[in-house]
Write a protein that binds this ligand. Structure first.
Ligand SMILES: C[S@@+](CC[C@H](N)C(=O)[O-])C[C@H]1O[C@@H](n2cnc3c(N)ncnc32)[C@H](O)[C@@H]1O
Length: 360
């Protein structure tokens, strides 16, 4: 019988020494890296980069001055990239339960503080499980603007508990932005007991419909998909065990709900016409909100339904957008059916699978 926490600690603390030791391509990011992030990665210590096991990019826009928490921060590559992005006025905390990973991350704090030209460190690492952040890592509730995580939630035996902890740690309107491994169906119990497949981020892979229902239960806004890419296992022996289960690497964003006081005469039920009008650094031309909605700066307004409007308005991005209320139902009728249909589709689970045993 697996003890998930112990087995995962053993996998990342003892068995793997560097990314090339992984047996599959699941924890290997194939995401296109923007040039400003590439420039930061060049400054990260090679020992930290060698132990990177992420499956996506977890750097949402507008991080300057933010307090950010990275769950399952490993050797710290993403924490150090975030350190540069939040700048000296911001702060980044990394949490990981594997001491060996944390030791590497801690060893290079001074190195990165110097290389980024900061007077004092703006990062710290804490040992602890992501299912019990207040107890293990002594973190304050409502204290983070943004929480990120890269290829870690799949490794947790209690994913809903992790979402509950994230909800508590975020400030109202705060964003959870994370990349992880997803499966298109329920993983059979015998594969869930396979320590290598679990360690490789496959046996614990998340089901999108479970993620969405857990997130809504906890109180988040509806999760929105930002990117989705297929994952190849690329290991004949393990592929045989997995059969035709399909895996993807997805990046989702969702927000901690907050009520918005409104002096304007918004009729939220009808949605809004939204213009990206104040550019965000590094995203001066466009801002990708989800996998099908990208705002071009000063372009013609785009329709957002009521739910997506609320998400953008409660977020830290709100000030960069102009929201024109829709006051007349006829305006909605004039908006192309395609735009509306797409947003209805985005609102539903992007996967028709029903992974949690007993829920179908
Ligand atoms: C696939 S690695 C990713 C590490 C890092 N995010 C990166 O991109 O390099 C998974 C990391 O999550 C940590 N981890 C897994 N489950 C955890 C849990 N329940 N609590 C805390 N850390 C966990 C492991 O120790 C490991 O360092």
């Amino acid at each position: 019988m697996m003890n998930v926490h112990e087995d995962v600690q053993n996998y990342y603390g003892q068995q793997l020494q560097q990314s090339t030791d992984l047996k599959t391509d699941a924890c290997c990011s194939k995401a296109q890296v923007p040039s400003f992030i590439k420039d930061i990665i060049k400054k990260i210590h090679p020992e930290v980069v060698a132990k990177y096991y992420g499956c996506g990019l977890v750097f949402p826009p507008k991080l300057e001055g933010c307090r950010v928490l990275d769950l399952g921060s490993g050797s710290g590559r993403d924490v150090y990239i975030l350190s540069s992005l939040v700048g000296p006025q911001g702060y980044v905390v990394g949490v990981d339960m594997t001491k060996e990973q944390l030791d590497v991350a801690n060893r290079f704090i001074d190195y990165h503080t110097k290389i980024f030209g900061f007077e004092k460190a703006n990062v710290e690492f804490r040992l602890g499980k992501i299912e019990q952040l207040t107890d293990d890592s002594r973190l304050q509730i409502n204290s983070f603007d943004v929480i990120v995580s890269n290829c870690v939630v799949n490794l947790s035996p209690n994913k809903k508990k992790v979402l509950q902890q994230i909800y508590e740690m975020l400030k109202p309107g705060g964003e959870f932005y994370f990349s992880d491994v997803y499966a298109d169906r329920s993983i059979p119990e015998d594969l869930r007991q396979n320590k290598i497949l679990w360690g490789e981020c496959l046996s614990g892979a998340i089901c999108e419909s479970d993620l969405i229902s857990d997130a809504l239960d906890v109180g988040f806004t509806r999760p929105i998909l930002v990117t989705k890419q297929p994952i190849g296992v690329n290991n004949e022996e393990l592929q045989k065990l997995l059969g035709d289960i399909k895996f993807t690497s997805c990046t989702y964003r969702f927000f901690k709900n907050k009520s918005i006081e409104d002096s304007t005469s918004f009729n939220d039920k009808l949605g809004t016409l939204v213009t990206y009008q104040i550019p965000i650094v590094h995203y001066e031309n466009e801002f990708q909100f989800n996998h099908s909605i990208t705002f071009k700066i000063h372009d013609k307004p785009q329709y957002l339904n009521a739910e997506l409007t609320k998400m953008l308005r409660i977020s830290r991005y709100s000030d960069n957008f102009k929201f024109d209320p829709i006051t007349d139902e006829k305006q909605v009728l004039n908006i192309s059916n395609d735009v509306c249909d797409q947003q209805i589709l985005n609102d539903q689970s992007s996967s028709s699978c029903c992974c949690r045993p007993g829920t179908c």
